[in-house]
Design a protein around this ligand. Structure first.
Ligand SMILES: [Zn+2]
Ligand SMILES: [Zn+2]
Length: 348
């Protein structure tokens, strides 16, 4: 089968590799229908994060058709159309039961992230609970609907996670930091949860317009102290919640700066800092939550229905579509902000 390979920073190639096979009794082999490039893939491609040369692609979001199932799989069968999340919750540990399947207690190692999804087939481990069934088959849906369904593998639940862990409630004043696909989805999530004001921090006109169409009530282009002052002016004071969707220290500073004392941060940008002491937030009484999204929980409880009912349209973040062969262009265009998020058509 064809798979994208991370050749080196700035270069993704396509290679013929072995098709994955069942390795454990709770594995599922999936024929990929749609996949995409994530903002987090760009950390190694464009921003200097170390990743081994000529290694597996870091793609981790897909829609697909179940091709083969392990002997312990009872929830899906060959032919089923599924959302293939970037996480693998078991569905029965304390973390999963508490609604934190993105960091399932039963998963070994540093994280339970998927990888290798920019390919024709993937092996999905811990498949019994984590996969999310979509009614019907891909041909039943418009391309726009497929785009929205694809966001349910990562960015929409991730944006929703920021809003949930920041406990966004009806009437809240919310600030979203980051105008990429996750930031756009955080705007949608804040609106779903009833925020009365949603300010997006963004310097890009196309992204500002998209967020305004999704429910943002204002945009602020300024950064640093100037940006914080502008937000406070618009809100007539500090925000109740800040949703941090970037992953840098500067964006956390921004989040802390826009909140009133007692405000809440939900952070879902993959952190590129690692400061453990919490003392700096004591004087402000800040509540901080964040981590990998509870993809399966949110999809099953609320997001799949919201997409199928046409209540939300997160797929608009996919502003360009590519074939798997054009994967390098898909990365480059995202890096150069020619597209907010790149979708890959792998099969029909
Ligand atoms: Zn992602
Ligand atoms: Zn679990």
């Amino acid at each position: 089968m064809k798979s994208a390979i991370f050749e080196k920073a700035g270069q993704i190639i396509i290679e013929e590799v072995e098709k994955p096979t069942l390795e454990r009794d709770d594995d599922v082999i999936i024929k990929v229908v749609r996949a995409c490039v994530c903002g987090s893939d760009l950390w190694s491609y464009a921003h200097g994060d170390d990743k081994a040369a000529h290694s597996e692609n870091s793609g981790h979001e897909a829609l697909g058709i179940v091709e083969e199932i392990g002997s312990a799989i009872t929830t899906v069968k060959p032919g089923d159309f599924v959302i293939v999340p970037f996480t693998h919750g078991c569905g029965h540990c304390d973390a999963c039961l508490a609604g934190f399947d993105g960091t399932c207690d039963n998963h070994p190692g540093y994280s339970n992230w998927s990888s290798g999804f920019q390919a024709e087939y993937v092996r999905f481990h811990y498949g019994n609970w984590a996969l999310v069934k979509i009614p019907g088959k891909p041909a039943d849906y418009t391309e726009g609907m497929l785009k929205s369904l694809l966001t349910l593998a990562d960015v929409m639940p991730t944006g929703y996670h920021a809003a949930r862990v920041a406990d966004v409630k009806p009437g809240d004043k919310v600030v979203v930091i980051g105008d990429g696909a996750v930031g756009q989805c955080a705007v949608i999530a804040a609106k779903m949860r009833g925020a009365s004001q949603i300010v997006l921090m963004s310097r890009h006109k196309d992204r500002q317009e998209m967020a305004l169409a999704s429910g943002a009530t204002a945009v602020v282009a300024e950064r640093g102290p100037e940006g914080i002052a502008k937000v406070r002016e618009i809100l007539g004071g500090g925000a109740d919640a800040a949703l941090e969707c970037v992953g840098t220290e500067a964006s956390i500073e921004q989040a802390l700066g826009v909140l009133h004392n007692g405000g809440r941060i939900g952070y879902v940008g993959v952190p590129h800092y690692n400061n453990r002491p919490l003392g700096s937030t004591f004087a402000q009484n800040i509540t901080i939550g964040g981590g990998s999204a509870s993809v399966t929980t949110y999809d099953k409880q609320i997001l799949l229905k919201a997409v199928l009912d046409g209540d939300i349209d997160p797929g608009r973040a996919f502003t360009q579509t590519y074939s798997l062969n054009d994967i390098d262009q898909a990365y480059k265009d995202m890096q150069n902000r020619k597209t907010i998020k790149s979708m890959l058509v792998i099969s029909e």
